[in-house]
Ligand binder design. Structure first.
Ligand code: NOJ
Length: 566
């Protein structure tokens, strides 16, 4: 699936968290008509694909990642026809749509689960994992991804299994009828003309069926080795691919935690299960005491370069700085004093030309940052609520917890899109479901749109370059060549194909830095001098011009360059 020559290797994907993107009817919740209204913006931005977060019918315990009817659009997002219209109109703008495919679990309000609860002996009872225990206690000590046990109890005493919240019962993939139902859903949507799927939490679909308790792990009882990428999953994934994706030659990107290097090829290699999987190794500097220090940057550099080298030989991946499950990237990668146009554009340049397909999360292109959460009542995320309760019970204090969620909470990424400096940042005429981030008067689309020096304008240039015909072969098929010796605090790499190459150089320090001739020579064995190199063609630069001083390329704080070589 991941072979060379596929269109999606040269695509730029934009993630829309529907609830927070654009409200069209004043109920305070983003909707499909809102996305349709904003198609001209997305076209102007230059992206190819929208990844739309779940818009299916749902009680919204986890904002749509708990689906009660896979064939219907939830009424808060619009009508079924709005989805057809979006697919059609997006196509007219040259934009494809991929949907979020949530098939590890559904909602406890799905008809299947309801029937299974009513009647222990019915067909659908086999679609889930139910257990009874003699001592009336949970069947094992496995911990759920959102906190608490993976088991919740029904009034009749049965326990059911959920990797995430108790309102998200896991589907039993061992059951062939269930699998057929899932394939029917997928093929139905593909028949509607969508381009493919972002596949949610797919590595959880196979469990260790002994369901044996485990020795306490990390004090947390979260036994990934019993339910993440568990042996036997290959059969499920191969069948899934054969019965659905292959029939439509569609584009799939999987959220696949737990897939190590040894399995990477199986997942995204030439005949892998998916077109690509997200690269989660490209993590933030979470927990780093000083994110701007040379040491922290050198550690990040090693992770990126090593991982890219590996992936470029074994498959294809989706690369991102942000998504709806993480705090904003400017908060995660940068100290507050360092956040600004240059640092944001440097981070963007750094990931955009790596080996893989780049994803942009809504608002990232204008530099949105985390909100300030003053109390737990302002938080909406179901995971935050479960964790809050659990940690309070364990004795943590509210102040510390609030601090934690201010840094890492998922709500940070979910505040409404900042379109302008008017009421609710132009997101809604009503009361927004989640508060608007305070900085919207300065950070918004309208303000940046006409300003050639804005982050938004830089992202447009970046996207145009990543999709440029002249670079298509390098970006889609070219190898990845790290330049670990480029200098302390500098992350540099080359991408090359058929004698053509680009060079990406990013100074991640908030001070002047130098890439000197020796460093370049080590990293760039064809012996070019700095002058030769830079006379060839600077494709992108987040500063005006460059400075070469006594054979040294002087890099300004957070300067980023993309250079074409022939
Ligand atoms: C991963 C999704 O990205 C996240 O938002 C969700 O809560 C879980 N999967 C459960 O579906």
């Amino acid at each position: 699936m991941a072979g060379k020559g596929h269109w999606w290797r040269n695509a730029v994907v934009y993630q829309i968290y529907l609830r927070s993107f654009q409200d069209s009817n004043g109920d305070g919740i983003g909707d499909l008509k809102g996305v349709i209204e904003r198609l001209p913006y997305l076209q102007e931005l230059g992206i190819d694909v929208i990844w739309l977060s779940p818009m299916f019918q749902s009680p919204m315990d986890d904002n749509g990642y708990d689906i009660s009817d896979y064939y219907r659009v939830d009424s808060v997002f619009g009508q079924d026809e709005d989805m057809d219209r979006l697919i059609k109109e997006a196509k007219e703008y040259g934009i494809r749509i991929i949907l979020d495919l949530v098939i590890n679990h559904c909602s406890d309000e799905h008809e299947w689960f309801r029937r299974a609860v009513r009647d222990e002996g019915c067909e659908e009872a086999g679609y889930f994992y139910f257990k009874r225990t003699e001592d009336g206690k949970e069947p094992n000590n496995w911990r759920s991804n959102f906190g608490g046990s993976v088991w919740s109890q029904l009034p009749d005493g049965r326990w059911y299994y959920h990797t995430f919240s108790p309102k998200q019962p896991d589907l039993n993939w061992e059951n062939p009828r269930l699998r057929r139902e899932v394939y029917k859903i997928i093929n139905w949507w593909l028949g509607k003309g969508i381009a493919g799927f972002r596949v949610d939490a797919i590595t959880f679909i196979k469990k260790d069926l002994s369901f044996a308790s485990v020795e306490t792990l990390d004090g947390e009882r979260y036994p990934v080795e019993n339910f993440e990428n568990y042996p036997g999953i290959d059969d499920f994934l191969a069948e899934l691919k054969r019965e659905t994706f292959d029939k439509h030659d569609c584009f799939t990107v999987a959220e696949a935690p737990g897939v190590g290097n040894e399995d990477f090829k199986k997942y995204t290699g030439e005949d892998g299960f998916f077109s690509m999987i997200f690269d989660f190794s490209w993590e933030s500097m979470e927990g780093e005491a000083d994110k701007s220090s040379v040491d922290a940057i050198e550690r990040l550099k090693k992770r990126i370069l090593d991982n890219q080298q590996f992936m470029s030989r074994n498959g294809w991946c989706g690369i991102f700085l942000e998504n709806h499950d993480q705090a904003r990237c400017l908060n995660r990668y940068l100290e507050k004093a360092d956040r600004g146009y240059h640092s944001a554009s440097a981070l963007a340049t750094l990931y955009f030309f790596l080996y893989g397909t780049p994803y942009i999360y809504e608002g990232q292109e204008i530099g949105m940052v985390n909100a300030v959460w003053n109390s737990v009542d302002e938080l909406a995320d179901t995971r935050a609520k479960i964790t809050w309760k659990e940690r309070l019970e364990q004795g943590e204090d509210e102040k510390g917890l609030l601090e934690y969620f201010n840094h890492w909470g998922r709500d940070n990424a979910r505040t409404p899109m900042q379109w302008n400096d008017g009421k609710n940042a132009g997101f809604t005429d009503g009361k927004p479901w989640l508060k608007v981030q305070d900085g919207y008067r300065e950070v918004n689309v309208e303000r940046q749109r006409e300003d050639p020096g804005s982050l938004l304008s830089y992202y447009k240039k970046l996207i145009a370059l990543r999709r440029d015909e002249a670079l298509a072969d390098i970006m889609g098929n070219g190898g990845f060549y790290p330049m670990p010796e480029a200098g302390q605090g500098i992350i540099a790499y080359r991408r090359a194909s058929d004698g053509k190459e680009i060079l990406v150089i990013v100074n991640l320090l908030n001070r002047e830095n130098a890439l000197n001739q020796e460093n370049l020579a080590e990293a760039h064995p064809d012996g070019k001098t700095i002058d030769e190199l830079f006379s060839e063609g600077i494709l992108l630069n987040n500063y005006m011009g460059i400075e070469i001083n006594s054979k040294k390329l002087v890099l300004r704080p957070y300067q980023a360059l993309v250079i074409m070589e022939h």
